[in-house]
Ligand binder design. Structure first.
Ligand code: SF4
Ligand code: SF4
Length: 100
């Protein structure tokens, strides 16, 4: 059984976690500055968080509605990971890095 994590902040959040995706990336330390520069030209940010470089790719999910709700909520179209992934806003340090 999948535990659906719901927090009351979702109602007022406008889908912060649906507006980009964040992935770990391996970059040789020698090239990190150059990678950051190159990726910034594509509007992709690299942040260092909890010992890993993460790329933040600002591509909105196609199912995020203008009102911040998920169009496919409660349907089989909604990926399982949307249920089980934690709320990034609970990690204040991550949020502050994302907002810089
Ligand atoms: S960022 Fe957190 S509060 Fe906002 S929609 Fe995602 S899970 Fe809900
Ligand atoms: S499917 Fe719904 S919950 Fe998942 S990223 Fe898209 S809008 Fe957000």
């Amino acid at each position: 059984m999948i535990v659906v994590k719901k927090i009351k902040e979702c109602d007022t959040c406008n889908g912060f976690c649906c507006k980009c995706f964040i992935m770990p990336i391996k970059i040789h330390p020698k090239f990190i500055d150059d990678y950051k520069k190159w990726l910034s030209y594509h509007n992709v940010k690299v942040i260092f968080h909890k010992g890993r470089n993460l790329v933040v790719i600002p591509i909105k999910c196609k199912y995020l509605l203008d009102n911040g709700k998920c169009k496919v909520f409660n349907s089989s179209k909604r990926p399982i990971m949307c249920n089980i992934a934690g709320c990034p806003k609970e990690d204040k340090e991550l949020v502050s890095k994302l907002e810089k």
